[in-house]
Design a protein around this ligand. Structure first.
Ligand SMILES: [Zn+2]
Length: 273
């Protein structure tokens, strides 16, 4: 009898261990790749619609554009901005006026009237909601991601991350100095890491992507001007990077910020069950 009990327990243990092993599947992105990247373009610059978008089309990549809605380019070239959404890119929320904390390092350029330190929580909330309405008029969508202007999270000294979490499925965070990759399991969907190249060349862009591939994680790149404007990346470097991504489609999934974060969240939910 004792022996039979032992045998039954052993059999039960085998069943439990096997079923656990079956549910713990290896993380893969939709195309079977082990890493992912979202290319993002901030501030509504003319080179986004005139240079970056045609290059993305050439290589058939979808990206996320975070236009500052008061940017003159939106007024001047609205049809092109709307065309980004038609082409399958994401238009993300980056506020209307791009307020930043003037108290931050090297933030003297921030106009007093867009100083996030003097905003109230209500003001930033209203501005973000207005940006969502304007974007809805552009692409007909009620869901999109958010990118914190200047990666600043405090309005009038209070964090507005809670408000962002209530309005968006995900948000992109630090975008200037962040070069350190985070493990996939540690990524906060409301502060997804990013690196913003600033006059960096193709080799550095490719090295960053190679790191994402090697570490089997997700990261994002924050671009500003492409061959023009501020924090520029040359047209050549940008294209070389796209060519590299194109040649490595089996290793790294390139998609919009909204898509990569939605997929990560759904995978997390399914493995928690
Ligand atoms: Zn910005």
């Amino acid at each position: 009898m004792q022996k039979l009990k032992l045998l039954t327990t052993t059999a039960l243990l085998v069943v439990i261990t096997t079923s656990c092993a079956q549910t713990k599947k290896e993380f893969q992105w939709p195309n079977g790749a082990k890493s992912a990247v979202a290319l993002t373009y901030d501030d509504g610059l003319p080179s986004h619609v005139n240079t970056a978008a045609p290059m993305l089309k050439k290589y058939n990549f979808k990206a996320t554009f975070y236009p500052t809605l008061s940017s003159p380019s939106l007024f001047d070239e609205m049809e092109k901005w709307k065309g980004l959404a038609t082409a399958g890119h994401e238009l993300g929320n980056h506020t209307v006026y791009h307020p930043c904390q003037k108290s931050g390092v090297d933030m003297d350029w921030v106009p007093d009237h867009y100083d996030l330190d003097t905003y109230t929580s209500e003001q930033i909330a209203e501005e973000i909601k207005l940006a969502n309405t304007l974007l809805l008029a552009m692409d007909g969508k009620k869901t999109r991601s958010f990118a914190y202007p200047c990666s600043h999270y405090f309005a009038g000294g209070k964090s507005y991350k809670g408000f962002v979490s209530s309005q968006f499925p995900s948000a992109r965070g630090s975008s200037e100095e962040q070069k350190q990759l985070m493990a996939l399991s540690d990524i906060d969907l409301y502060n997804v890491p990013s690196w913003a190249p600033n006059n960096h060349g193709a080799d550095e862009l490719i090295a960053y992507i190679q790191n994402i591939i090697e570490q089997e994680t997700l990261s994002t790149l924050t671009f500003h001007g492409i061959g023009a404007e501020h924090m520029t990346v040359s047209i050549e470097a940008h294209e070389k990077m796209l060519r590299f991504l194109d040649a490595n489609r089996d290793k790294i999934w390139v998609a919009t910020f909204e898509e990569v974060t939605a997929y990560l969240e759904s995978e997390r939910n399914s493995t928690e069950k």
